[in-house]
Design a protein around this ligand. Structure first.
Ligand SMILES: [Zn+2]
Length: 223
């Protein structure tokens, strides 16, 4: 079975036993990847400033037609880095619309902004699934998000035993969970092994569950 890496910025080598969603950031062109590698495309909140946002949004719409692009994003809100929150919200909301129009799930970058993202989901009531990537919240935040239908993807932070991510990973319902390497050079297998340890389960069971979650979001694009 292959590991599903839900969010990475580096296309995996052909030799890696890995299915991945490679995050491409507008206005960059899509990365050239083999057909077992999928792509997401969106405006990252860090790169909104000093650019023509109208063109960026056009670029996302145009690219959303591509069949290898299975999700919109990463898009979202960041209270630590990036332009004023109001501008970030505007661009995020427009990407919510693109995700709905193209019927492609939305991958979310959220830094200290889970409450805002949560209330936007309540207000907008989108049909598409929303996945917060690189989740590092505690159990309470995790539970709030799960109640509103979110999926959460956990990355290399779970390798640190005292991280909030490790704690919430232990308790998240298995049908809402993904794993990822993001922009690090950690291997996805190391993340699966650690996640299985944290949850007291086997890597095989975890792989199976995550594959089902992936199929639930994207259909039978994986075997
Ligand atoms: Zn990322």
């Amino acid at each position: 079975m292959k590991y599903i890496n839900f969010h990475t910025h580096f296309p995996p080598a052909d030799t890696e036993p890995e299915i991945a969603i490679v995050s491409c950031v507008a206005p960059e062109p899509l990365q050239q990847c083999p057909s077992n590698i999928w792509l997401s495309y969106g405006i990252h909140p860090w790169y909104i400033h000093n650019t023509d946002t109208k063109n960026l949004l056009e670029k996302v719409k145009e690219t959303a037609h591509n069949e290898q692009v299975i999700a919109i994003g990463e898009a979202g809100l960041d209270k630590v880095k990036g332009p004023a929150l109001e501008l970030q919200k505007q661009i995020f909301c427009q990407q919510i619309d693109i995700s709905e129009t193209f019927k492609k799930p939305l991958i979310i970058h959220s830094v200290k902004a889970n409450n805002e993202v949560l209330s936007l989901r309540k207000k907008r009531k989108p049909q598409q699934p929303w996945i917060i990537h690189g989740f590092n919240g505690n159990n309470m935040e995790m539970e709030q998000l799960i109640r509103e239908g979110f999926y959460l993807s956990f990355g290399p932070r779970i390798l640190y035993p005292d991280s909030k991510a490790a704690e919430s990973l232990r308790d998240i319902p298995i049908d809402r969970l993904f794993l990822e390497t993001d922009h690090t050079n950690k291997s996805i297998s190391a993340i699966y092994i650690r996640a299985a340890e944290i949850r007291g389960t086997s890597v095989k069971k975890l792989e199976h569950a995550i594959k089902n979650n992936f199929k639930h979001l994207f259909g039978d694009i994986v075997e």
